[in-house]
Design a protein around this ligand. Structure first.
Ligand SMILES: Nc1nc(=O)c(N)c(NC[C@H](O)[C@H](O)[C@H](O)COP(=O)(O)O)[nH]1
Ligand SMILES: [Zn+2]
Length: 162
């Protein structure tokens, strides 16, 4: 039922609020969830893990540490009912040049079935985000969870000079 998506997106937004504000990125929160058992597999927020890390990336880094597996091998431990919730859609390009999260998701094969996003990425840093199409072409569903756009963007851009 759609309410469960709002509940998880609210949790993701609470995580985003933990991210230290920065003018060059967005404050994002993400959760990896086993949708069959309704279990949270990992949580993450922007800059949580050391280095210039994204929320989705932090989820994967933490899982790879927990299972002592390289990030690209996490398909071995992810249930096939794994879904990702992220307040801002996964990046397809990063001004820092770091590996975009769409690539990180794609290299996990079909482990992640659906990506629930709170907002489409604004065009400020990298123009139009074409990541959704890449995910859909790989058979991964991308679902916009509506209703929280304003508060998600307010949190995401808190570090920007208004
Ligand atoms: N989905 C998502 N999760 C994040 O945790 C985050 N920070 C962004 N932000 C997207 C934005 O496009 C990039 O932050 C800029 O392109 C700068 O790139 P870096 O973050 O410095 O690698 N997007
Ligand atoms: Zn990213």
């Amino acid at each position: 039922n759609p309410q469960v998506h709002i509940e998880y997106m609210k949790q993701a937004l609470d995580l985003a609020r933990k991210s230290p504000p920065k003018p060059t990125n967005y404050r994002v929160g993400a959760l990896l969830v086993d949708s069959k058992t309704d279990t949270i597999l990992a949580t993450g927020y922007t800059l949580e893990c050391e280095g210039n890390t994204h929320a989705e990336q932090s989820c994967l880094i933490k899982l790879s540490k927990e299972h002592n597996l390289p990030e690209e091998n996490l398909v071995e431990i992810l249930p096939d009912s794994t879904v990702l919730y992220t307040t801002v859609e996964p990046c397809f390009k990063r001004l820092s040049g770091n590996l975009p999260c769409v690539e990180r998701i794609l290299r996990l094969g079909n482990a992640i079935k659906t990506v629930y996003v709170g907002v489409i990425e604004p065009e400020k840093f990298v123009g139009q985000n074409t990541g959704r199409k890449q995910l859909e072409e790989a058979g991964i569903k991308v679902v916009l969870v509506r209703g929280m756009e304003d508060e998600i963007l307010l949190v995401a851009t808190a570090g920007h000079i208004s």
